[in-house]
Design a protein around this ligand. Sequence first.
Ligand code: SF4
Length: 611
Amino acid sequence: MNGYHGKLLEVHLGTQSIEEKPLAEEFLKKYIGGATLGAALIYSRIKKGMDPLDPESPMVFATGPFTGSPIPMVSRYAVCGISPQTGYWGEATSGGTFPFRLKGSGYDAIIITGKSKEPVYLKIDNEKAKILSATHLWGMDSYETQNTIKKDSDDPKMGVACIGTAGEKILRYSCIMNDEGRAAGRSGMGALMGSKNLKAVAVQGKIKPELSNKKKVRELVKEAAANIKKNVSALVLRENGTLFYMDMGLTLGDTPVKYFTKSCFDASKVNAKALKSNYTVKTFACQGCLIGCGHKIEDFKPDIKTVDGPEYETVGAFGPLCLNSDMDSIILAHHLCNTHGIDTISAGVSIAYAMYLFDIGVLNYENCGMDIKWGDSATIIKLLKMIIDQKGIGELLSSGTLAMARKFGRDEGEAAQVKGLEMPMHEGRAFHGEAISIATGPRGACHLKGDYYNVDFGEIVPEYDLKPGDRFVSKGKGAAAAKYQSLRELFDSLTLCKFAPYSVALISQILKNITGWDFSAEDLLAAGDRSMCIKRAVSNKMGLTQEKDCLPDICSKALDEGATAGIEPDMDIMLQEYYTYRGWNFDTGWPFREKLEELGLDEVAADLYNG
Ligand code: SF4
């Protein structure tokens, strides 16, 4: 098989058993890789309404056909399972060098079930897999864990993905860290790992699958590199990282302010210029990337020499969302999240909600033992430490905004989340295509599949008739956003970085010459549609219905200021269009049986409808 090893590693931590299983080419052709392959592996192993923290709840680490190849910007992996944060489908991706090591270990995917009695970590070195004791690692933060495993293995280049102390405590939005400060951040995959007493997955290896046409792949590497070189966004990302977007986002009303209740904020202290002017900023690139959008702050404090990041989402969440202009505190918050392994977005949104609740008197000194004032940077750090330590009001904040709203009997529309996953630092009011994408994202409120603003900014995808339109118009956006979401699904299945400026035609050529498979533009879109449907089916099996495909009121009712003043997306019209494109039943929120069968998901259809 080209592009793949054709092998799955199945690990049961309860019985401490490890088994190698074949992955058939037809199966891989249908699901491609990444979290889509994960969804296909997981679907048959879950039971209706399963508790995400049930020991038998499966989790998958997966790469894709592009991972490890010489094509630029393909060092990504996915980790997925039932989200402890939402109870529905959960997934996260990360870059760095870990994905290449994972692929080099000789497996396309690892599926992990069961719960170990004692803390363990999984080590795979060139197809040799072992479950090793992690009792000496338990209690270590994510940096110490990575360094210790590398030292223990006498291999400084060992790829390590691990949880910090938050994952050990099964903090609902804890994440998985690799390559020092790279995070598979969203939907609580760190909690899933922690619930299994699995501290880390350490991988190494040089096993490379064959490429279908090496010579042509070499030519495509040049074509991809030329695309990156002439791409304006790539240049901006290289210079400023994702934080370049802070000025634009605030100008366009796309960066939320004061817990989604405002739109205007002075960007000058929290933008890329402020970061570069006031700190020693170095760049970080994932393996094989020609952009390098990552940041590292050097010599941050005497006791914190290096901080990985911060990126736009983190600065947005701990900055404008909390009315905080103090960059020092934002960088420190980011470092604490990296160190202990928690999702910066969910943490920042939960803290901003606490500020909102204090402001309206629901929280007060008596019931939380402290004052929580907008923009108070010391309070942000204090609350974050309380979240990490699960102390005082921090314990409630660590459950996220939906749990907070329920605890105080507030309207759930006040919780800035979709399906239990906190909103990213984007505004559906600013781009209506983004509103419907975020409301229907496979893992909940998701910036990585909700980025329809790219189209309104000027991205044209002629194969799918996607072209820029009026960002404030809802009509026609439902189907268009669904198609773009499917294209982004495909990027994740292939493990292609979302910033890779590759056309559908180029992607098709890369896939053909790595795997030998001929995928037309329609086939690629169908692969994205299939991915959306199987993840949806997992969530449906967990109880997801149509009512959850919405934006909370706090994120959709019109604001009184800024670029989006008076504007509300028309969710009803877009949802109808979206469901029609997807072939999903508007009454149940399930994919129609015929749609599942049309996409080749016959077994899923039979299980969902008969099981
Ligand atoms: S653009 Fe950024 S996230 Fe993407 S591959 Fe490059 S460094 Fe990694």
